[in-house]
Ligand binder design. Structure first.
Ligand SMILES: CC(C)(COP(=O)(O)OP(=O)(O)OC[C@H]1O[C@@H](n2cnc3c(N)ncnc32)[C@H](O)[C@@H]1OP(=O)(O)O)[C@@H](O)C(=O)NCCC(=O)NCCS
Length: 170
């Protein structure tokens, strides 16, 4: 079976004016997570802690990117300087989302590779134990990107797994 590949994947760093769009994409992302992690919807019909989410856009260590496929919004990604577990000197993928309609067409892989290429250095990517699809995605993508020079270990918080690699030399 030949799967349809996404034709034209674009990554654009979000500007302050894109915040309403990012907020809405974040809700779609959290809706997916809610199904995986058994989260309830808030009484305001929003997922997540609004103050924490707003903090993402103001955090100078985070950079947000919009993903478009053939000119249409298809997801977003957020990276952060100072990874959650590795700390200073390592970047992390903070959030990463491809809308369902565009999945399994290579969009996520193309976006991940473009982000890593744009920011050479040490990277950390973590997944929760229940998010087995994301684990499969990151293992495959990082295995190919690093030619299997990527390590995987249990998260120090016991909540899943994390991968680390260094692409300084690419
Ligand atoms: C994880 C996610 C970003 C993958 O995006 P995607 O555009 O569908 O991924 P790609 O098509 O680029 O996949 C690349 C490879 O990863 C693997 N992969 C992707 N999704 C997979 C899944 N659901 N199950 C198993 N393997 C998967 C495949 O090997 C795939 O290559 P193939 O299609 O040639 O077999 C997307 O499913 C998503 O947004 N999920 C919800 C949010 C989330 O969990 N984000 C990650 C947080 S850590």
């Amino acid at each position: 079976m030949s799967r349809k590949r996404a034709a034209n994947v674009e990554l654009q760093e979000a500007r302050a004016g894109d915040r309403p769009v990012l907020r809405r994409l974040m809700q779609l992302y959290l809706y997916d997570f809610a199904a995986i992690e058994d989260w309830d919807l808030g009484a305001d019909a929003l997922y997540g802690d609004a103050r924490r989410i707003e903090g993402f856009w103001r955090d100078p260590r985070r950079r947000s990117f919009l993903v478009r496929v053939d000119g249409t919004l298809a997801g977003f990604a957020i990276i952060r300087e100072g990874a959650h577990f590795a700390g200073e000197g390592t970047r992390e993928i903070s959030e990463f989302f491809v809308l369902r309609r565009y999945r399994r067409r290579g969009v996520g892989e193309e976006v991940a590779r473009a982000i890593f290429d744009a920011f050479p250095g040490r990277w950390e990517v973590a997944q929760t134990a229940r998010n087995v699809d994301a684990q499969a995605f990151w293992r495959r993508v990082l295995g190919r990107y690093t030619h299997n020079r990527c390590t995987e270990e249990a998260r120090p918080d016991g909540q899943g797994v994390l991968q680390r690699f260094d692409n300084s030399a690419r």
